[in-house]
Design a binder for this molecule. Structure first.
Ligand SMILES: Nc1ncnc2c1ncn2[C@@H]1O[C@H](COP(=O)(O)OP(=O)(O)O[C@H]2O[C@H](CO)[C@@H](O)[C@H](O)[C@H]2O)[C@@H](O)[C@H]1O
Length: 483
């Protein structure tokens, strides 16, 4: 069975967040299920450089204002189709933003082009790779199913995965013709969304199946509180909505072999772990206190992630003699607030602004606990890597965080199954309660080590999620063979 996966980022070539991790991990995970997946991604400079010469699989004379081609290759074993369209993608830096931090003005055309070309490949434009299913990820690939629908030609079934409902890809209605959509598409049961064109809305409207990245988030997005304006549509399509948890690339995230760490370890050699804490404290400019409870955060700095709640909790961390390190980049206002916190709590708060893979690994290995106080979280990957590395996750009780962290309540502690802590409500007071509970557990080293062992023993790999995707693809292919 062949699947075309379509999205705007892919690890390790282009990554701003968790979408890239999933795009990058799925092909290998599905190979274990005898499924061949190829990812179609924009031909950003980093992607084209990794592909090298590649092989031209398709030539397109005019794609929204310039020539384009699909180049196929397998950099680092990753089966790729790159959409090489220099007028749209040959731009440095962030995939979505110009260097002044503002969205590229032609993002509608850029990602409509990705979806347009995906629809061609889905319908067999590349004879060596005719997919049985097309799997679109997030708003950037939202128009795939819409193009397939309005073209009205035989096409394989489609899956739309929501990694984050907050990013919806809304663009002015006057672009309809420029994007190659018919006038009839501008309707409530088409691509129209609150007076605009909604890319994610279109995907949710027309995909044969909708998935999101955890069962709990699948429930939340069907409610007015969690649906971000799309809950009505999600409810209307509830019979095709599935929550499939993300996995973690457990080869890349393996404390026993991780070359970014000063001391490698596994559950049976966990006594080697504290050397990573010492190294992390030194690297991040913290006081060298081996006994202080050290929290870590690795996050996009966006309102979603609740970093402001952490800043409000810093006086409590001080009173507990705890420390915190943050690795992140994003919203300038959040960066400013963190910069002020470093100045106010020298030696206690350490922050690195930027995107740094190695430091993310060092934080998972060096921190005692990892905070994820998200206001909403479709799945979350950092609580998975934290558990794999024996850092105890302290998470808000939302979305996939609920599905992946077993709270250290009395029942779970009694049964010896706790792997972390959940807190609610998602407020500064709620987080402070969580921090206090965490500190109390940390003070009881036997209990803490039991939680660490439980966390490290969890299966956070792609094995189970890959089985679920495979079964969904098979079900879809059987229910609608060669429409
Ligand atoms: N500054 C930095 N330096 C290095 N690495 C950094 C970093 N900032 C973040 N990362 C890494 O980026 C990834 C972030 O993934 P998450 O799933 O936690 O959140 P994100 O909101 O981006 O993803 C969205 O999509 C994913 C995938 O479905 C969902 O899990 C999630 O809930 C949803 O919001 C992790 O691998 C993390 O280690």
């Amino acid at each position: 069975m062949k699947i075309l996966s379509v999205g705007s980022e892919i690890y390790p070539l282009v990554k701003t967040g968790g979408l890239a991790d999933v795009m990058g991990a799925l092909p290998a995970a599905l190979a274990a299920e005898s499924i061949t997946m190829r990812a179609l991604v924009p031909g950003y400079p980093a992607v084209m450089a990794a592909l090298g010469a590649g092989a031209v699989a398709l030539d397109i004379t005019d794609l929204f204002g310039g020539p384009a081609r699909i180049v196929a290759g397998e950099p680092d074993g990753l089966p790729l189709f790159a959409l090489d369209a220099p007028h749209l993608f040959a731009r440095p830096g962030n995939p979505y933003l110009a260097s002044n931090g503002v969205d590229w003005p032609d993002n509608a055309q850029r990602f409509a082009a990705l979806s347009r070309v995906a629809s061609l490949v889905a319908r067999g434009a590349i004879s060596g790779f005719v997919p049985d299913i097309v799997h679109a990820h997030d708003w950037q690939a939202g128009l795939v199913a819409a193009y397939l629908h309005y073209d009205g030609l035989p096409a394989p079934p489609s899956v739309m995965t929501v990694h984050n409902l907050a990013y919806q890809g809304q663009f002015p209605a006057y672009l309809l013709g420029a994007l190659g959509l018919p006038v009839a598409a501008y309707a409530m049961d088409g691509v129209e969304y609150y007076g605009s064109i909604g890319f994610l809305k279109a995907g949710l409207q027309f995909a044969d199946a909708i998935t999101t990245v955890s069962p709990h988030y699948a429930v939340e997005i069907a409610t007015p509180e969690g649906g971000m304006g799309l809950d009505g549509l999600i409810r209307a399509r509830s019979s095709v909505v599935h929550g499939i948890l993300n996995g973690l690339d457990t080869a890349n995230w393996n404390p026993a072999t991780d070359r970014a760490l000063v001391a490698r370890y596994d559950a049976s050699t966990i006594e080697a772990r504290p050397a990573n804490k010492v190294a992390l404290q030194a690297r991040m400019g913290l006081k060298p206190h081996p006994e202080s409870l050290l929290f870590g955060v690795v996050s996009r700095l966006a309102a979603q992630k609740g970093i402001d709640l952490i800043i409000e909790a810093l006086p409590l961390l001080e009173s507990l003699d705890a420390q915190i390190v943050v690795l992140g980049t994003g919203d300038p206002a959040i960066e400013r607030a963190l910069a002020e916190a470093i100045a106010r709590y020298p030696g206690r708060v350490g922050v690195m602004f930027g995107f740094e893979e190695a430091l993310a690994h060092q934080i998972m290995a060096g921190a005692d606990a990892v905070m994820v106080p998200s206001r909403f979280e479709p799945c979350g990957l950092t609580q998975l890597s934290a558990q794999r590395y024996g850092a105890i996750p302290l998470v808000s009780a939302v979305g996939g965080l609920v599905d992946t962290v077993i709270d250290a309540n009395a029942a779970a502690l009694g049964a010896g199954v706790a792997t972390g802590l959940q807190f609610a409500p998602v407020t500064a007071a709620g987080l402070r309660d969580g921090i206090r509970r965490c500190a109390a557990l940390f003070a009881d080293r036997a209990v803490w080590q039991q939680i660490q062992r439980n966390a490290m023993a969890l299966d956070v790999s792609w094995a189970a999620p890959a089985r679920r995707y495979a079964s969904l693809y098979r079900q879809l292919a059987q229910s609608r063979p060669g429409k």
